[in-house]
Write a protein that binds this ligand. Structure first.
Ligand code: ADP
Length: 396
């Protein structure tokens, strides 16, 4: 089976052609500068090709992807009939979607309804869906939502303590993001631990970071909120903040709400604290060279992640398993060690040698650690492909 995975942004579109059973990716690439001029970067057969192709809309971008996939020289399939299904990453499923689903007119209408919650991403995701429908009308399409995994949260976790009308009228509540990643590592953790009834905290630590608290495979809480701005500090996002800071900054500097939110989303986080970069590798280098601001940025990040782990252990009533994933979680042994410092009281004890691992599934806790600590590389594309295949096969 071949699943085409599409992640459509406002001016870009990422794609992968994957076998959902083996996880083997036969081709992947990126369309950029859609609406401007158009460029396709395609990786297949061990080769990278870059082509300038006019892409006045997402439709031409999808056309370009399909053309190169079936190209007699550069392609990996003979005809688009060999694409059995398309899986679309969709940012916000609001209160409409609790799981991935096969796309039909009602689903499209419901994704449209969620546009106020994901004003930048949902319209782009819809353009990707419509473009695929136009060029491959008989191929089943599936939507996989970044928010869906978190929809099992109880009201105590998802409700904000603000007047109810905002929840009832405007669906303002905690949703959480990176759901496809949290779902994937949860599935792997359950497989690796050999049991489902585990109390699990997932730390997805990348440029954007979020944690989730999971019991019996179901999400109980997560650190991002209505938007991805909430939770721990990130590459350029502030994370949790006293909302009065917004009012203060707007009043003092004559900023609009949008300008202030732009500052919190794009100019804050470890970029602001370190003063040099949003990239953890640069900050780790800076700290090693004696830059105190870089050390503060790393310590602050670790401190907030550690606080979330503690609060989630309290929410779950214990902790059996801690998972690190995404760019920083998978690759930075020093950040994992920094985070797990002082977590011995919870039963978390890292083995420094085992922790010296990068980008592969491994237990990094000591043999006598009560909590099993794992590095589990995330694979959101595989999760999208598997969800897509499962739904499409079930509908046959
Ligand atoms: P995104 O949220 O954009 O998907 P990723 O999950 O790819 O991000 O994570 C990107 C982050 O991972 C960057 O800040 C990068 O510095 C960090 N990272 C990658 N490799 C390492 C490493 N070896 N050590 C420390 N940080 C790393």
């Amino acid at each position: 089976m071949n699943v085409l995975i599409i992640n459509a942004g406002s001016s870009s579109l990422k794609y992968q052609l994957m076998n959902p059973d083996t996880g083997v990716v036969s081709a992947k690439g990126l369309c950029e500068r859609i609406y401007i001029d158009g460029r396709l970067t395609h990786n297949a057969n061990g080769k990278k090709i870059v082509k300038d192709i006019p892409m006045p809309t997402h439709s031409e971008a999808i056309q370009a992807v399909l053309s190169i996939l079936v190209d007699p020289v550069e392609g990996v399939i003979k005809s688009t009939d060999e694409i059995d299904a398309v899986g679309h990453r969709v940012l916000h499923g609001g209160m409409e979607f609790f799981d991935s689903c096969i796309i039909n007119d009602e689903v499209i209408a419901a994704i449209e309804k969620c546009i106020p919650l994901g004003p930048l991403h949902n319209p782009a995701n819809l353009m990707g869906i419509r473009a695929c429908q136009a060029v491959m009308p008989s191929t089943p399409q599936v939507a996989v939502f970044d928010t869906a995994f978190h929809m099992t949260m109880p009201p105590v976790a998802y409700r904000y303590a603000i007047p109810t009308e905002y929840y009832k009228n405007d669906s303002i509540r905690r949703y959480g993001f990176h759901g496809t990643s949290h779902k994937y590592v949860t599935k792997r953790a359950i497989e690796l631990m050999g049991r489902k009834d585990i109390k699990l905290v997932n730390c997805h630590l990348g440029n954007g970071s979020s944690l989730s608290a999971v019991k019996d495979g179901k999400c109980q809480d997560t650190s991002m909120g209505l938007t991805p701005l909430a939770g721990v500090p990130m590459g350029t996002r502030s994370g949790d903040l006293d909302a009065a800071v917004v009012q203060f900054v707007m009043n003092k500097y004559g900023m609009s709400a949008d300008e202030c939110l732009n500052m919190l989303n794009k100019k804050s986080g470890v970029l602001a604290l370190s003063g040099i970069s949003s990239d953890f590798r640069d900050i780790e280098e800076g700290a090693e060279a004696g830059n105190a601001d870089c050390t503060l940025a790393l310590d602050k990040f670790a401190y907030e992640v550690r606080k979330y782990i503690g609060s989630y252990a309290a929410a779950l009533g214990g902790l059996d398993c801690l998972v690190f994933t995404a760019g920083v979680g998978e690759n930075s042994a020093s950040m994992r060690a920094r985070i797990c410092q002082n977590l011995e009281y919870l039963g978390v004890k890292l083995d420094p040698e085992k922790n010296n691992v990068r980008g592969k599934e491994a237990i990094i806790s000591a043999d006598d650690s009560k909590v099993t600590v794992w590095v589990i590389p995330t694979n959101e594309e595989l999760m999208i492909a598997q969800d897509t295949a499962e739904l499409v096969n079930a509908a046959k």
